[in-house]
Design a protein around this ligand. Sequence first.
Ligand code: 5GP
Ligand code: MG
Length: 180
Amino acid sequence: METDIARILFTQDQIRRRVRELAREIAAAYANSGAGLTIMPILSGSLIFLADLIRELPIKMKIGLVQISTYPARTTTPMPPRTLLPPVGDIRGRDVLVVDDILDSGRTLRHVLGLIRAQQPATIRTAVLLRKPVRVPADLPVEYVGFDVEDSFVVGYGLDYDDYYRNFPHIGVLAPERMT
Ligand code: 5GP
Ligand code: MG
């Protein structure tokens, strides 16, 4: 697996430290949430980030998984994303924190935020582990960002290529010859 990675961008240790800092910020923001917090991770890329983040959050919370399937690797024909949310009513009036692995064009996040907003939570914020600043549209602000990254295809720590590399403990750039 390691031989498929061209360059490491963030090591396991760097990620652990940054996730802890983010958790501290988030914990402070929601410490007095009267509405109750629901964390809504967008699967599957956010799995590992989610698992590490929530164990650093000493807050009573619910988890509401969001499953979204966009086009699979190797498909170039755009297909409308299909999205599965928790049952309607579950998040009405609650504080929602959406968690995603990486913010690229913002297309996925915009779509999910729209669906969540329709269920009328009290507040919505977003935490992403990674952000590609050159790609993100200016009108899509996110409240919590782990690291800004260059515009390369990255894998590891939950991020995949063709569903591989999610278990790679660091975040790195996939060797171009592996992207076929
Ligand atoms: P967006 O809709 O913002 O363009 O893309 C968001 C989704 O595309 C992410 O949740 C992630 O699943 C995938 N994605 C975007 N850039 C990368 C990348 O560099 N590496 C990986 N593994 N996935 C990416
Ligand atoms: Mg994703």
